[in-house]
Design a protein around this ligand. Structure first.
Ligand code: GLU
Length: 449
């Protein structure tokens, strides 16, 4: 990874040096800094005031032991994290990821992305991220509950409605948020609804939050397609993953007339030329917490499963990587381009490698970066905070209308910023620059803090 800008290259080299071994964080830093050369040209004072170095340094990083007892009576130890990255625009905001791959470097990359993503939503939220190297796979509900309670027993002292507001991410859904909210309420003796988002509807949650990241991604892709006079109707859509983001991206893509033919999990890929049956998939994933392979036997009409298959070899017009970071490589991107893909929207955080992004850009494929495309989830979290603050609860229609308007605004902001900086159609640069400018302006106004 090299940066050529003479002001930014030494900053990046220094960041790599002082965050050693954190390769995903370096990748996220490199991607944003690569877009900022033109910004410094227009705003030299931002560089002089050290705003670039400051925005790349988390305000606070918390790491803690999470001890718990499994069903066999064995003591288990995990590591918990919360990186409070930037609070210039509002309380730290961002999800918690429970996955064995979670390290400080992963949480820092996610927290850094979140700062710009949250800024793009136009809402008053700073950026942060957290999680643990806990693997929920194969754990009983009681084990998950004990883990969540132990995790919150430390985390509670760092968060609050006006301080830091976590939500879900990989491995953390409504069930886990419920266990954590219950523990927070018990420890603090406060029914502080606004301390966590992604809550259930009967205990302070917002309609559309569950669907928001996937729906939002498809709204964003629809706007990109519109810019070239196209739409979803009749297009073949492939979505990697089968979690919350993937399921609701598929649902909205189908509603817009797309034909969703494949999705996946870490075991393999399911293909269904008849169009993925989403009610069946939801039953398998959300109710039974099962693996996608089950879909084939239950569907039974020509759907098939390829163990360890590569979903990006499937022919499609629209690709939505919605599983995890660096899941779509340069090779995969070339396969997609060869097969005629017209648009790619990142549903996950940083799912495309830098080489893959370059392949899409060089081929003039519409490419929506995650910090813009998947911002609908956190934007709806901010709507949940709004409803909590006013002790109100909106209808599905009103909430979805707000989400759609936010996604259109994000798209337009990215597109117009890219135009303004002489890079028309470059949503990566548009998102990085627009996000940076909003945070930098607020940081500048708040002084050296
Ligand atoms: N984890 C989600 C994200 O990557 C949502 C965060 C939130 O709602 O705070 O944006």
């Amino acid at each position: 990874m090299t940066l050529t800008d003479e002001k930014l290259a030494p900053i990046f080299a220094d960041l790599v040096n002082r965050n050693q071994g954190e390769v995903e964080f370096h990748q996220a830093l490199n991607e944003v800094l690569s877009s900022l050369g033109r910004v410094i040209g227009k705003h030299p004072d931002y560089a002089e005031k050290g705003l670039i170095e400051r925005i790349c340094e988390p305000e606070r990083q918390i790491m803690f032991r999470v001890p718990w007892v499994d069903d066999a009576g064995q003591v288990q130890i995990n590591r918990g994290f919360r990186v409070e990255f930037n609070s210039a625009l509002g309380p730290f905001k961002g999800g918690l990821r429970f996955h064995p791959s979670v390290t400080l470097g992963i949480v820092k990359f996610l927290g850094f992305e979140q700062v710009f993503k949250n800024a793009l939503t136009g809402m008053p939220i700073g950026g942060g991220k957290g999680g643990a190297d806990f693997d929920p796979k194969g754990r009983s509900e009681m084990e998950v509950m004990r883990f969540c309670q132990s995790y919150m027993t430390e985390l509670y002292r760092h968060i609050g409605e006006y301080t830091d507001v976590p939500a879900g991410d990989i491995g953390v859904g409504q069930r886990e948020i419920g266990f954590m909210f219950g523990q927070y309420k018990r420890i603090t003796n406060r029914y502080e609804s606004g301390v966590l988002t992604g809550k259930g509807l009967t205990w302070g949650g917002s309609r559309v939050r569950k669907e928001a990241t996937g729906y939002g991604a498809v709204y964003f892709i629809r706007e990109m397609l519109k810019s070239r006079g196209e739409d979803f109707a009749g297009k073949r859509v492939v979505v990697s993953g089968s979690g919350n983001v993937a399921i609701y991206a598929m649902e909205k893509a189908a509603e817009f007339g797309g034909k969703v033919v494949a999705c996946s999990d870490s075991d393999g890929v399911i293909y269904d030329e008849g169009g993925i049956d989403l009610e069946l998939l939801k039953e398998i994933k959300e109710v039974r917490r099962g693996r996608v392979e089950k879909y084939v036997a239950l569907r039974g009409n020509g759907a098939h499963f390829v163990k360890n298959g590569c979903i990006w070899d499937a022919e499609c017009d629209i690709a939505i990587p919605a599983a995890t970071q660096n899941e779509l490589t340069g090779r995969d991107a070339r396969a997609l381009v060869k097969n005629g893909v017209v648009a790619v929207g990142e549903g996950a955080n940083m799912p495309c490698t830098p080489e893959a992004v370059r392949v899409f850009m060089d081929a003039n494929i519409l490419f929506g970066p995650g910090k813009a495309t998947n911002a609908g989830g956190v934007a709806t979290s901010a709507l949940e905070m709004q409803q909590n603050a006013s002790r109100d609860s909106w209808t599905f229609e009103k909430t979805e209308d707000r989400l759609a308007a936010i996604m259109i605004a994000i798209h337009d902001r990215c597109a117009s910023t890219a135009d303004e900086y002489g890079l028309p159609g470059n949503y990566v640069a548009g998102a990085n620059i627009a996000g940076f400018l909003r945070v930098a302006e607020a940081m500048d106004a708040l002084g050296v803090v």
